[in-house]
Design a protein around this ligand. Structure first.
Ligand SMILES: Cc1ncc(COP(=O)(O)O)c(C=O)c1O
Length: 438
């Protein structure tokens, strides 16, 4: 399986000696499933705000980090973590008021129908639990996902992640539908039609529907969020056969889209289950799931849930500190303002470089499709790889996504400033100029 923007071991001999030795050691200890970014992988040793430094002291603009959404090593979060770690760290089998305060604050940011919260350590675990709940509630096993989705690494979530190349393993029956690309008014109807067809396939095979699982910004498929509201038809279609709707907010959540705290809110839908992760702990492993009370009540009567580290005392302190910063520094508003400026600059570049086929921008989540001669039907995968690596050489970290491997995936920390957008644009302009011909 070819992974986008992955280091190619065949080129190992061309790298400096220290890097070669580290890569060999890593392979010997961790095995081959781990992939490194970039043709010449980066060894990061320090981070601050939107910047990271490698072992040789070179500074990079981190435009690919939606985990540390508040910036690397945000002092308010680091202090909260240090304070709690030095006081007590334990789990959810003891009473802990701070965890309840945090749950109350986070739930208040969601649709009122989502009034229960369960804690996990990773987005994969949150999605895995959501799938279990959907199976439990519907008695079904049929799950619909988009055809280049990524939802995690557990057996169930990997089976729901066609972009991993994983075979559909486990008790679920997974059906894929085309991603909602195009950005025009017809997107919602076309996406819902794909879902209808998947339901028909499911029914023809005697599989009972369980869940529609979507990343509400389709970030692995190529970053699709326009026009806002297009998910409504898909949700209606899924619900017509009793499926639960799971909104995976691991990527778009916590204000990244600039206009709403959650991607599902952009679409005016109320999912049955919402999963969260990555930026929830600004680098600390904190994730979770919001659900309707009736879904958790029935499940909880039949089974118990204990996750040793999910919802631990330190995580609760970190999660609360993240919300303090998100709100106190008005980072959603910043994502909106800087994202708009970013998009304007990219559109200006697109007028000069036919390589840029389309700019998709939702706050500070951006996808830039690179194509040959401005033709959207001719994705430029090789050029995309060169640009991702060229940006790295120029001190800017990004990656790529989509089935055609031609979409630059850009998601800087939400503390990004205008001058840093200019640094990015200058590097991209230079990279695109360096691509010969089309
Ligand atoms: C949309 C989406 N869902 C789920 C996950 C899995 O999260 P984690 O890596 O925390 O298990 C990811 C991770 O990249 C993701 O992008």
């Amino acid at each position: 399986m070819k992974t986008i923007n992955a280091f190619d071991p065949a080129t190992l001999g061309t790298l400096p000696e220290r890097r070669q030795a580290l890569i060999r050691r890593r392979e010997a200890l961790l095995g081959p499933a781990y992939r490194l970014f970039y043709q010449d992988p980066v060894e990061l040793v320090r981070g601050q705000g939107v910047w990271v430094w490698d072992a040789e002291g070179k500074r990079y603009l981190d435009a690919y980090n939606n985990v540390v959404s508040l910036g690397h090593c945000h002092p308010h979060v680091v202090q909260a973590l240090q304070r709690q770690a030095a006081t007590l760290n334990t789990h959810t089998r003891y009473l802990n008021e701070a965890l309840l305060d945090y749950a109350e604050r986070l739930l208040a940011m969601h649709h009122p129908s989502l009034d229960r919260l369960m804690f996990t350590c990773t987005g994969s675990e949150a999605n895995d639990l959501a799938l279990r709940l959907a199976q439990f509630h519907t008695g079904g096993s049929g799950v619909i996902v988009t055809d280049w989705a990524y939802h995690g690494v557990t057996a169930s979530t990997a089976a729901c992640s066609p972009s991993l190349g994983a075979p559909g393993a486990g008790p679920l029956r997974v059906y894929t539908v085309p991603a909602p690309s195009g950005g025009s008014e017809g997107v919602g109807a076309a996406f819902a039609a794909g879902i209808e067809q998947a339901i028909l396939r499911m029914q023809a095979e005697g599989v009972r529907p369980a869940a529609l699982l979507v990343d509400t910004l389709f970030t692995s498929d190529g970053v699709y969020g326009a026009p806002a509201g297009f998910l409504q038809a898909a949700v209606a279609c899924a619900r017509s056969v009793g499926m639960l709707v799971i909104a995976d907010e691991v990527q778009p959540g916590f204000g990244r889209t600039g206009t709403h705290m959650w991607g599902y809110q952009r679409h005016g839908i109320a999912p049955d289950l919402v999963t969260m992760g990555k930026p929830m702990g600004n680098g600390h492993p904190l994730a979770g799931l919001c659900a309707r009370q009736d879904l958790l009540d029935a499940f909880g009567r039949e089974t118990r849930y204990f996750n040793t580290f999910g919802g631990n005392t330190v995580s609760a302190a970190v999660g609360m500190a993240v919300l303090d910063v998100l709100e106190g520094e008005r980072l959603m508003e910043n994502a909106h303002a800087q994202g708009a400026y970013f998009s304007q600059c990219l559109q200006a570049l697109a007028r000069r470089h036919a390589w840029i086929g389309e700019v998709r921008q939702f706050g500070l989540f951006l996808g830039v499709a690179l194509v040959h001669d401005g033709d959207p039907a001719r994705p430029a995968a090789a050029a995309t790889t060169r640009v991702v690596n060229g940006m790295k050489d120029r001190g800017v970290l990004i990656s790529a996504c989509s089935r055609s491997a031609n979409v630059l995936k850009i998601r800087p920390p939400l503390v990004l400033e205008r001058a840093q957008v200019d640094v990015f644009i200058e590097a991209l302009d230079d990279c695109l100029r360096g691509l010969s011909g089309s």
